[in-house]
Design a protein around this ligand. Structure first.
Ligand code: FAD
Length: 551
């Protein structure tokens, strides 16, 4: 065989593993399949930087792109660096490419498939609408070019499509019915590799080093505002092992009992950003929790247990995948139609942590700086924006979370915003989080507020949750004049929450009337009844008892 023929045989055996989420080596079925090419194989591990998420937007309310704040961009870049380092240890490396324009990621991948003569393409299946459209383009190209495609489901415990099929073609709309159908997830791949096939020739391609966030043109990024959570598989595995090391904590984990104000040592695992980017496999995490359960006498159960949290994640993925227009109110069958308002003063005040309610503002500042807050803290601010106080559209709040959270996740974020705004899944709109007394129960001294809003650090604890009630002399002593150094409350909670309940009542009544219209079939009514029944078992069922009824 001449040299050209030998080269052709070698390159014909080449495989590409295209990383998107799933930024890990462990339990990665796409990588596992791509590496099995035989002795002559070449493996091209690729990631394409997507301008849709990375292009700087000077008009954005905080540094970053239009769709991602710096904290998440940094987390992604750290995850890519770590993946590259882990691949290099196995004799490979990450091939980092740049897409030129929005929507160009698919073109970049297709060009590389052709230029590198790839015979097999492996990538993790992704159920988000943007990803589905992108991946279809690549799959169509691969089919037309005779390239084998392997696209396993490994971002979630279960395959959402399979669950929907088992449920007669519709997603299960309650957690219990989801859990009953789901059964046990597949085992993770436990094999540890000692090496990976060598990387093939990349020809003319410009391979980028993983950039640092400072190099992406987002302007001045304050070093004080750094999220304490570092990206990458190495950090994910370390964090998971540290969390699971305390077996008693794992066995007794009850989500609603966690303290949302704990920030130095959060009350939950903070593994969500690692699960979001796939630095941690949810199946591997699930498997490791089961190992802990086997070694303890008794443990809590779903929905409140730690495995119960992973099942919530899969629940939202399944409903999201099976619900057209899941990310909007209009045209979304599971979402109540509510006449939310727009408000150009109140919305930015909420977004930027300037509502005058320190508990709400501290949470929004933690979001902007850290990109992560405890689940019940998210409850507080989502309720405040929507049905609790401001009556602003949940989609507006969803956008802010989507941009700033480091764990920003299309299915989970939309699902939880519908939940908190009583638009779907949960309907007890008369139960409203108090923006003053809810946080106080956990943190009477207001340490959380003092940390994230330094201007309030010397406010006596009696006034820290309601600083506008402090006499002027106390405000002066604390170096914080309300209305000057820190805002007055943008609404009176007692009045606003009452008004919100009234509007929710009216909206619910008009949704019922709509349901009774002749063009609405019986099925939509019965599915609504099923939804209500399901809302009895929630991660916050015991928490709802703690909610103050505002009056
Ligand atoms: P743990 O309690 O340690 O749970 C372990 C894992 O289970 C989490 O990492 C997460 O993957 C999953 N999980 C936990 N709670 C939920 C839940 N309620 N729904 C679905 N999965 C869950 N979570 C996101 O990952 N991305 C989002 O964009 C997101 N947006 C949210 C928006 C709102 C309005 C609310 C109320 C919640 C949102 N959540 C979101 C859910 C939840 O708050 C976070 O998953 C959780 O706080 C992450 O912290 P943790 O990893 O310490 O959770």
């Amino acid at each position: 065989m001449d040299a050209a023929a030998t080269a052709a045989t070698a390159t014909a055996a080449a495989a590409m593993v295209w990383f998107r989420k799933g930024l890990r080596v462990h339990d990665n079925p796409a990588l596992d399949a791509a590496r099995r090419g035989g002795a002559a194989a070449r493996l091209y591990p690729v990631f394409v930087l997507d301008p849709r998420y990375l292009r700087p937007d000077q008009a954005a309310p905080s540094p970053g792109s239009a769709r991602a704040g710096v904290a998440r961009v940094r987390f992604l870049l750290e995850s890519l660096s770590d993946l590259d380092a882990r691949l290099r240890r196995l004799g490979s490396r990450l091939l980092l490419l740049r897409a030129r324009d929005d929507g160009d990621v698919a073109c970049t991948v297709c060009a590389a498939l052709k230029d590198w003569n790839i015979g097999k393409l492996c990538f993790e299946s992704d159920t988000e609408p943007y990803a589905l459209a992108r991946d279809k383009k690549v799959m169509d190209f691969a089919a037309a070019s005779g390239i084998d495609v392997f696209s396993p489901v490994s971002h979630t415990l279960f395959d959402p499509a399979e669950i929907i099929e088992k449920n007669g073609g519709r997603p299960p709309m309650t957690y219990q019915s989801f859990v009953a159908i789901a059964g046990e997830p597949p085992e993770p791949i436990m094999e540890e590799y000692s090496e990976l096939p060598p990387v093939g020739d990349t020809g003319e391609y410009e391979l980028l080093p993983v950039p640092r966030v400072e190099e992406l043109g987002y302007g001045d990024i304050s070093q004080e505002d750094l999220s304490p959570f570092r990206g990458g598989e190495t950090e994910a595995l370390k964090r998971m092992r540290e969390s699971l090391h305390d077996k008693e904590w794992v066995a007794k984990f009850e989500k609603p009992k966690g303290d949302p104000s704990a920030f130095l040592k959060p009350a939950t695992t903070v593994l969500s950003p690692y699960l979001k980017f796939g630095c941690l496999s949810s199946r591997y995490f699930y498997h490791c929790i089961q190992d802990v359960y086997r070694s303890t006498k008794k443990h809590t159960n779903p929905p409140v247990s730690l495995t119960g949290q992973l099942l919530w994640r899969d629940f939202f993925y399944t409903v999201a995948f099976g619900t057209p227009n899941f990310d909007q109110m209009k045209g979304n069958k599971i979402c109540k139609q509510i006449p939310w308002t727009e408000n150009e003063e109140l919305f930015p005040a909420w977004r930027d942590g300037r509502t005058g309610y320190p508990w709400i503002d501290a949470i929004m500042i933690q979001l902007r700086k850290w990109g992560w807050m405890h689940h019940l803290a998210r409850h507080s601010v989502a309720c405040f924006l929507t049905r609790g106080d401001l009556f602003i559209h949940w989609e507006k709040g969803r956008d802010v979370f989507e941009r700033l959270l480091i764990d920003s996740d299309w299915a989970i974020n939309n699902g939880n915003w519908m939940w908190l705004s009583c638009s779907s899944f949960f309907y007890q709109y008369h139960r409203i989080y108090s923006p003053t007394s809810f946080g106080k129960k956990y943190d009477p001294n207001g340490n959380y507020i003092r940390h994230f809003i330094p201007v309030l650090k010397d406010m006596p604890k009696e006034y820290i949750y309601e600083p506008w009630t402090a006499p002027l002399s106390i405000q002066k002593k604390a170096n914080c004049i309300i209305g000057k150094d820190y805002p007055k409350p943008v609404v009176d909670h007692a009045i606003a929450s009452k008004e919100c309940k009234k509007m929710m009542g009216e909206a619910y009544a008009s949704n019922r009337l709509d349901d009774d219209k002749p063009d609405k079939g019986k099925s939509s009514n019965s599915s609504r009844r099923k939804l209500s029944a399901g809302s009895q078992v929630t991660p916050n069922s015991s928490k709802t008892k703690q909610l103050k009824r505002s009056s």
